[in-house]
Ligand binder design. Structure first.
Ligand code: ADP
Ligand code: MG
Length: 362
């Protein structure tokens, strides 16, 4: 007997694709997992580890080769189980929204409940409006998807999934195809749904979001659930080294500057996007000012220089590395050091195998 609190039970799920050369690519290897009502589970892991395939196998967009999925005591992978019923119970939100472009937002949200839940048009529209209010889109009900921003499309898609009154919603990287400026609004909506107690399974690359919103984290690696635990366990005390390496990964932006003919404005633009993407917009101006100061003043005569901005998502440490090749002493003089030191938290200077590095922790 299964414990009563289990809502979904994934048992021995396996899936193999054929590569073009005929060889086998086993993407899900005997995946087992129990999900209880009200859990908010984030699935993290490297690209290609099988995260999307797991979600797609769960709602039969990619039927598994073997294994079973039980939902509230029913085997929804049984051949006799109606696909439509199963998909109604498990909503899905895709990376690319998948809205019907020829329908307004309202029509997108009401068509399935009218057809499959047998709501009257009026009931369906009332429900849709209430859901659009929840996602901040009530004023866009009569708009077509092509007139919406990416963030608005995704919020409409979330309302559409909710309209089927599903038992669980599966999100497959809901913010990955959004402009960085719009990631926040979609994550806020998902945070709001988590507070309402919805059961959700979210594939995401947003580590801080996953840590803050989830009750549980699954780390997928090479087709298996490699580690399963609370956010504290997975992010702060991971058992496996692969989990540790993944959660502590560092994002970086690198510029090679070998003469004075470099596109200073392009640096400004890409740095701005980087800072928005990793939620450090407040550091943008300082980092840019530091780059400018180093390149135009303190190290004006030194070329080539590699400028690297790194950000550790989880610890929140951002640093600006200035790397000068083929020298073994710091290229900064005392005046430069005191000027930069007044603006940053820490300056670390060290020789490297290829030259010298000045690291400014901002
Ligand atoms: P993730 O979402 O973790 O990045 P995926 O589940 O999308 O990983 O993919 C895992 C592996 O399965 C990849 O090697 C991918 O190329 C392969 N794959 C996914 N979908 C298909 C498909 N429809 N046909 C063939 N191979 C696929
Ligand atoms: Mg994927």
């Amino acid at each position: 007997m299964k414990p009563i609190c289990t809502m979904i039970s994934i048992r021995h799920l396996s899936k193999t694709f054929r590569n073009p050369d005929g060889s086998a690519n086993t993407v899900l290897k005997d995946v087992n997992c129990e999900i209880s009502k009200g859990e908010v589970i984030s699935i993290i892991g490297p690209s290609g580890s099988g995260k999307s395939t797991l979600l797609r196998a769960m709602n039969m967009l990619e039927p598994p080769d073997s294994g079973e999925i039980w939902l509230n005591g029913e085997n929804i992978t049984a051949p006799s189980y109606p696909l439509e019923t199963m998909r109604r119970k498990m909503g899905m939100v895709f990376q690319n929204f998948n809205l019907f472009e020829n329908m307004t937002v309202m029509e997108n949200i009401t068509c399935a409940p009218v057809k499959l839940l047998h709501l009257s048009r009026e009931q369906a529209e009332l429900q849709a409006l209430a859901l659009l209010k929840e996602v901040g889109m009530a004023h866009q009900a009569d708009t077509y998807p092509s007139e919406l921003s990416g963030g608005q499309k995704q919020r409409a898609a979330i309302a559409r999934a909710l309209a089927m009154q599903p038992e669980i919603i599966l999100f497959d990287e809901p913010t990955s195809s959004l402009d960085p400026t719009m990631v926040g609004e979609v994550l806020s909506v998902i945070r709001h749904l988590a507070k309402l107690g919805l059961t959700m399974l979210i594939v995401t690359h947003e580590m801080r979001f996953a840590r803050d919103v989830s009750t549980r984290i699954l780390f997928m690696n090479e087709g298996v659930i490699y580690e399963d635990g609370t956010p504290d366990q997975i992010f702060n005390h991971p058992v496996h080294s692969a989990t540790k390496a993944f959660v502590n990964r560092i994002q970086k932006l690198v510029y090679e500057i070998d003469s004075d003919y470099y596109d200073y404005y392009q640096i400004h633009t890409s740095l701005g996007r980087f800072c928005i993407k990793y939620n450090i917009a407040d550091k943008n101006d300082l980092v840019f000012a530091l780059i400018k100061e180093v390149l135009f003043e303190h190290l004006r005569s030194v070329r080539p220089i590699t400028v690297r901005i790194t950000h550790a998502e989880l610890s929140g440490v951002t640093s600006l590395d200035i790397m000068v090749a083929d020298i073994s002493v710091s290229p900064l003089d005392d005046k430069a050091r005191s000027s930069l030191g007044a603006q940053v938290r820490q300056i670390i200077e060290e020789p490297t195998t290829r030259g010298f590095r000045v690291k400014l922790i901002v």
